[in-house]
Ligand binder design. Structure first.
Ligand code: HEM
Length: 302
């Protein structure tokens, strides 16, 4: 039987999101952290529920499940430095929990219950609330996700293939980008469109795309396909984009970041003049079926 992925990866349309990046509590074993996360209940009926997607620092998961992850996957362990002194900071943590649901109250309650269950094994390092902006736009005002695979194609793009180590799992890049809103909004729309490489009202791709445009610097025909689940975060005075990108392999994600930073050719993504990465972590999101092998049996759950 093929590995069953964590279903929340593909559960689009939820109005409320929460990302908790966790560090292992002092003295807690890596296996205990995985076991506690694997034992969390995802409350779901056919009518309602909260999706929970759990991922781990790749090196941590590999130590506990040596054959449960593709060989090349590694954490965001060093700052990424661009040609002109540009830096994307590495802020890797041990685990991530991504909750999504219909409304903030159910997400809030579930996340608090999860943190109570994990109290002896993990502490919260980063907490970010995400919310959809005007259906499918990010806070630049552009449609975000136009070139995403369809939900039918997304598993092929996002999941490690059957028969490979870590089958049914996914590599997640989680990166929080603060927008320089005043600077961005001072640009005329035509200039904004040249930064993104697409039109603002209806997301039509430019032909040709400017060489430093975001769509050119992350061109999936060159780097390979990824599956993005980005959301807006923050309040009126400080906000941006939570980049949430999944792929069956780390390579396309890492190469896109290098390209945005101008590492291959000195051309930096124009979007990086208007947004600033505050965090960066890679997590391996194991298949649901792989994660559950670590879960405590019902008799063990207190
Ligand atoms: C502030 C952060 C970011 C914002 C606001 C943003 C926004 C956008 C927008 C508006 C588009 C055009 C529409 C679309 O095809 O979705 C786009 C495309 C894309 N972005 Fe981003 N993005 C951000 C960061 C990133 C990062 C960090 C990556 C990769 C690591 C990335 C990968 C992509 C890809 C693969 C495409 C489609 C390119 C293509 O094949 O045409 N983005 N993004």
């Amino acid at each position: 039987m093929s590995a069953a992925p964590q279903p929340g990866l593909f559960a689009v349309g939820a109005g409320s999101q929460l990302y908790l990046e966790l560090d292992r509590a002092r003295g807690a074993r890596e296996r205990s952290l995985i076991r506690a996360v694997a034992s969390l209940r995802e409350p779901r009926t056919t009518m309602a529920g909260v999706n929970l997607v759990a991922g781990f620092r790749p090196e941590l998961w590999r130590r506990v499940a040596p054959r449960g992850i593709p060989r090349a996957v590694a954490g965001f362990n060093r700052d990424l430095r661009g040609a002109d002194g540009y830096v994307m900071p590495a802020t890797q943590h041990d685990a991530v929990l991504w909750f999504s649901g219909a409304a903030p109250d159910v997400v809030f309650d579930e996340a608090r219950a999860a943190l109570r269950a994990l109290a002896s094994v993990a502490t919260v390092a980063e907490e970010t609330v995400g919310w959809p902006y005007r259906q499918d736009r990010d806070l630049t005002g552009f449609v975000d996700g136009t070139e995403n695979p369809t939900l039918g194609e997304a598993p092929t793009v996002a999941l490690v293939r059957d028969g490979q180590p870590g089958a049914g799992g996914s590599v997640l890049l989680l990166q929080k980008w603060q927008h320089r809103a005043a600077r961005w909004e001072a640009l005329p729309v035509a200039a904004q469109e040249r930064v993104i490489g697409r039109s603002k009202p209806d997301s039509i791709e430019m032909d040709p795309k400017p060489p430093d445009s975001h769509a050119e610097r992350t061109d999936q025909d060159r780097f390979g396909k990824i599956f993005r689940r980005n959301v807006a975060y923050g309040g009126v005075s400080d906000h941006g984009t939570m980049f949430v990108g999944f792929c069956h392999s780390q390579r396309p994600l890492a190469r896109m970041l290098e390209s945005m930073a101008g590492i291959p050719d000195g051309v930096r993504d124009a979007l990086t003049d208007y947004t600033r990465p505050l965090s960066g972590g890679y997590y391996f999101v194991p298949a649901w079926s792989a994660l559950k092998t670590f879960a405590a049996s019902d008799a063990d759950v207190g």
